[in-house]
Design a protein around this ligand. Sequence first.
Ligand code: ATP
Length: 459
Amino acid sequence: MANSEDLMKKIVSFAKRRGFVFPSSEIYGGLAAVYDYGPLGVLLANNVKTLWWKATVQEHREIVGLDAAIFMSPKVWEASGHVGGFSDPLVEDKDNHQRYRVDHLLEEVGVQADEKMTRDEMQTLLDENIDAIREKYPKMGELSDVKQFNLLVKSNLGDFTDSGSDPVYLRGETAQGIYVNYKHVLDSMRVKVPFGIAQVGKSFRNEVTARQFIFRTREFEQMEMQYFVHPDEAKTVYEDWKQKRMDYYTSLGISADNLRYHEHENLIFYAKEAYDIEYQYPFGWKELEGLHARGDYDLTVHAKHSGKPLEYNDQVRGEKYVPHIVETAVGVGRTMLMFLSEAYTEEEVDGETRVVLKFHPKVAPYKVAILPLSKKEELQAVAEPIWQTLSQKWSVDYDETQSIGKRYRRQDEIGTPYCVTVDFDTLEDKCVTVRDRDTMEQERIAIDELESYFEAKLA
Ligand code: ATP
């Protein structure tokens, strides 16, 4: 592949052209850092969420699901520290109003800022390194002073003429919904520590920089799992999930060379341990997923602010304690961008460039495409029942326009692992041609055996 900037540009335009990701409200000029998923994007996003759910909830007897509301009492966000501290340090270019995150600017010149730094400390660090930063950004104009920019998105609910009432927020993370429901889950389900609660849902952040496509958006979906453990077991459970999450990505076809752990150097004050799983995106190594050992911080602050005890009465150990939490947290959009970047391939075939998304079959939006050789009725009469049978099990595309060669290319481009061609021989021998996306090899398979053939291939 050419250089990585080119690759990113290609992915962005390809994702739009092929119905994966559209800029939001584009006919009105768009809305920065907000994107819509098109027909193929929805299929891909659903696969991302279903696969995560299976690996996290379905395959773990002690992990249960939750779907908390996006709106929560504003008191939750005060207790959690988001109202006071959920902010990014920001400077603005006075000439063109472009905003930069100060920690990101510093990172680019090899300086690691500390999350706990005050605004003034951040300003000093920026001033000390401004020459090196300007070398990287020669066109950058005069900068504003550093501002702390709160990331919570405010909204109104109910009687918003009452100016004295607290604002409500669109949740900044799904995790808080889990913490405040921890007691409900304990009381309503037959779970015992150690157990986990998992949730997939939208979160909102007033991100200050908005130039990384679906990597960083202001509205995004998170897949988070909070595991509640005895303090003595937190370390072992943490190590276990750290490994499980890495194995999960390689099992879905992500090359181990494009994945790595990144240890947080400056832990937020309550954290016991924090690693990210980073992926090598076209714009560099960036956080894909956060793995955090959060100690008893979350339940303790909610118990304190709400006045409700959140201890666990451990009958087996004969002990009362506040469970420690191990968290895994990843975004749907970041996962999609990883799969798109990993899969996007350009190959020379017979002197032409073939674009192919080499998705793992489990990730691919469509698993199979049914392609009758032409629009002739006798071919449709065979092809449609095949589509009907297979679509009971998988997402299956059906396409009968254009030449077969063009249709194969189109399916390659959207990553469909198998194409089924119904031709005139089919009418005689009741067999179809199955073409493999990656090898482009073809084989004749009896229609009766197609379902079990794909069951084996897609297992
Ligand atoms: P970053 O440092 O990149 O801003 P973060 O450390 O604030 O991310 P967390 O709060 O740990 O992220 O959120 C957990 C996961 O949610 C992240 O690893 C990422 O996959 C996803 N995520 C967070 N913010 C966004 C966003 N603005 N757009 C898309 N995904 C996001």
